[in-house]
Write a protein that binds this ligand. Structure first.
Ligand code: ZN
Length: 374
């Protein structure tokens, strides 16, 4: 719990023009400020902020509130996360009221895991762009898939070299503890020897809703029947598979604006759709949908469109997701991609315009769909 003292300090420092101005371009108009509303699409500004009242109001969509509710609404943060965000912005140290030893240990471990993941992400990005192996193996793989550099940078994609301990060596030199390194899944312990877990793979960092790296998906490059196509981070203090949607950090504002979330299956589907400008897409990351993931979607919109492969496995996965989504009270539509394509290959083949058109045209309401398929 954040102490009352800290909350008072934050409220004391809070400047609504400064906070909202970080997200919306505001122009002075008399005693108020005016800008384009971030919550609905508009061409003439009707979003008004009053520094005197410390309130904002949009005369287009009717949303209103104070600086704290603005951050909660805009960033989809909880109240506590909003206070933490503001404290960081104003350099206020957070004083916590009572924490048990166990809570403190968990918090410490989580903080360390975030730091190691950030270090690893930077390492993999550097390998991808600045080493010959990275460019020959990793970058050329991404380029073959049609990923342009801008999208590779945005999603912070990387490459883990084939050498058995390239990452481990650097991490140990940084004095990260072996126990925590193993916990992140980046490093494995084989016969008392630490080695890299994602050797010779391209890396997809997985971000939480505030953009911090909670884990990684690592895709194999060389054909090998024994090795799994993807290795994912094991469950730990910060990587809780059932609560993560890949791409949610990059998609949240587009989902909000479109009032629709597209759910696809894989990392590459998300990256390709975002590259094509379809930015309201997230993936469940290879697991079947969970109630927690659906609740995460519900924070942004009630309209979920599941876009899966039209093959039998895709249909089955879609149907499992459908029942759960209905239980959670979402409006669910289903779109199956034809001709053995997945969203990734299909958007690359037909382009963004045709893809959107296809999704709009093929949306089936859940009840029609169930009747047809069940
Ligand atoms: Zn508005």
């Amino acid at each position: 719990m954040i102490s009352q003292n800290t909350i008072q300090q934050i409220l004391g420092r809070l400047d609504i023009i400064d906070v909202i101005g970080g997200f919306v371009k505001l122009k002075r108009r008399g005693s108020n400020y005016l800008g384009l509303c971030p919550f609905h699409n508009e061409k003439t500004p009707s979003f008004t902020v009053s520094p005197a009242k410390e309130l904002y109001k949009c005369f287009g969509c009717g949303r209103s509130g104070n600086a704290i509710s603005f951050i909660m609404e805009h960033e989809k943060y909880s109240y506590v996360d909003t206070l933490k965000w503001l404290a960081a912005r104003y350099g206020i140290e957070i004083e916590e009221t009572f924490q048990s030893d166990e809570q403190r240990q968990t918090q410490l471990a989580a903080d360390s895991l975030f730091i190691i993941n950030q270090f690893a992400r930077d390492f993999f990005v550097k390998q991808l762009f600045e080493t010959e192996e990275g460019r020959d193996m990793g970058l050329s793989y991404f380029k073959e898939r049609g990923f342009r550099e801008e999208i590779i940078n945005r999603f912070q994609l990387g490459y883990s070299p084939e050498q058995r301990d390239a990452f481990t060596k650097e991490a140990v030199a940084k004095q990260y503890s072996a126990e925590l390194l193993v916990k992140t899944g980046l490093v494995v312990n084989r016969n008392d020897q630490l080695m890299d877990n994602y050797r010779g793979r391209v890396i997809f960092p997985v971000h939480n809703h505030s953009g911090k790296v909670v884990g990684f998906g690592a895709r194999i490059l060389k054909g090998n029947d024994k090795a799994p196509k993807y290795i994912n981070t094991p469950e730990n203090e910060i990587y809780i598979k059932s609560k993560i949607l890949y791409g949610s950090y990059f998609a949240r504002q587009a989902i909000d604006k479109a009032d629709e979330c597209l759910l696809v299956e894989g990392y590459t589907d998300v990256v390709s759709l975002h590259q094509a400008g379809i930015e309201n897409a997230v993936a469940s990351g290879g697991t079947s949908l969970t109630p927690d993931q659906l609740r995460l979607i519900k924070k942004y919109t009630n309209n979920l469109t599941i876009v899966y492969d039209g093959d039998t496995a895709g249909v089955k996965a879609a149907l499992r997701g459908l029942d759960l989504a209905l239980e959670e009270g979402l409006n669910v539509k289903l779109v199956l991609i034809p001709d053995n394509e997945d969203p990734d290959s299909y958007v690359n083949k037909v382009g963004a315009g045709k893809f959107k058109e296809f999704v709009q045209k093929s949306k089936k309401t859940s009840s029609c769909f169930s009747l047809r398929w069940l």
